[in-house]
Design a protein. Structure first.
Length: 224
C-alpha cells in the first residue's frame, strides 16, 4: 500500500516555506563581492544532492531501483526534486524582491536593489506578486506530474508505463528545442543543461516503453 499523498505534499512545500521564510529576513540583497567558481560548484552540488533526496522521497523510490524502468524512474524523480528546489529558489527571490521594489516605488531607501531584473518590469512590485503566483501554480503542477510519472515508471502496469512515457516524451521535446537553441548560438545554462538531457531522456523513454511480455500482458487462456 502506498503512503498517504500528504507526505509528498509536505515534502514539496517544506523547502518552499523555508525559502520564503529566509527571504523575509532583513539581509542584504547580495554578497559584497561576486562569488567565485568554487562557490558556484558547491552551490550546484548542494542543489543536485537536494534534488536527488527530495525526488527519491517524493517518488518513494529506493536506490538501487528494482523493478519497473529504473532509468526512467530515476530521471523523473530527479526532475521532480529539481522542480521543488528551483521553485523554492525562485519563490525566495520573488518574496525578497517584493518589499525592495515596494520601498523603491515609495521613494524609501531600501537595503538593496531587487534581486531580479526583467526588462520593463524592473522595480514594479506587481511583477513579483505575479511571479510568486506563477511559481506556486506551475511548480506545484510540474512536481505533481513528475512525481506521479516516476511512480508509474517504477511499476509494471502497462497503462501506467505508457503515461510515464508520455511525460518523458514531453521532456524529450523540450530537450530537442533546447538543442536547437544551442545550435543557434544560445549558450545560457538553462538551454545547455536541458540539451544535455536529450540522450538520457531518449534512452529512458525507450526502456520505459512497455514491451509485450508475460509479466505485463499475460495470456488469458488457461494452460492445458
Amino acid at each position: 500500500m502506498r503512503r498517504p499523498p500528504r507526505r509528498a505534499i509536505a515534502l514539496a512545500t517544506g523547502p518552499l516555506l523555508l525559502a520564503t521564510g529566509c527571504a523575509h529576513r532583513g539581509t542584504a540583497a547580495g554578497p559584497t563581492t561576486p562569488p567565485g567558481a568554487g562557490t558556484w560548484v558547491l552551490v550546484w552540488v548542494a542543489a543536485a544532492l537536494a534534488a536527488t533526496v527530495l525526488g527519491a522521497l517524493l517518488a518513494q523510490v529506493r536506490f538501487p531501483i528494482v523493478g519497473g524502468a529504473p532509468l526512467a524512474t530515476g530521471v523523473l524523480a530527479l526532475h521532480a526534486g529539481a522542480t521543488v528546489v528551483g521553485g523554492s529558489v525562485l519563490a525566495g527571490l520573488a518574496v525578497r524582491s517584493w518589499p525592495l521594489a515596494d520601498a523603491k516605488a515609495a521613494g524609501t531607501p531600501a537595503s538593496g536593489t531587487t534581486l531580479l531584473r526583467v526588462s520593463v518590469t524592473d522595480g514594479d512590485p506587481r511583477f513579483f506578486t505575479l511571479m510568486l503566483v506563477v511559481v506556486l501554480a506551475v511548480g506545484g503542477s510540474l512536481t505533481l506530474l513528475l512525481t506521479v510519472a516516476a511512480r508509474f515508471a517504477n511499476g509494471d502496469d502497462r497503462a501506467e508505463r505508457v503515461a510515464a512515457c508520455a511525460v518523458l516524451a514531453l521532456e524529450l521535446g523540450a530537450a530537442a528545442y533546447a538543442v536547437a537553441r544551442v545550435v543557434q548560438g544560445q549558450r545560457t545554462w538553462p538551454y545547455v543543461l536541458a540539451a544535455a538531457h536529450l540522450p538520457v531522456l531518449a534512452v529512458a523513454l525507450a526502456t520505459c516503453w512497455p514491451h509485450r511480455s508475460r509479466a505485463m500482458d499475460p495470456d488469458p487462456r488457461p494452460s492445458a
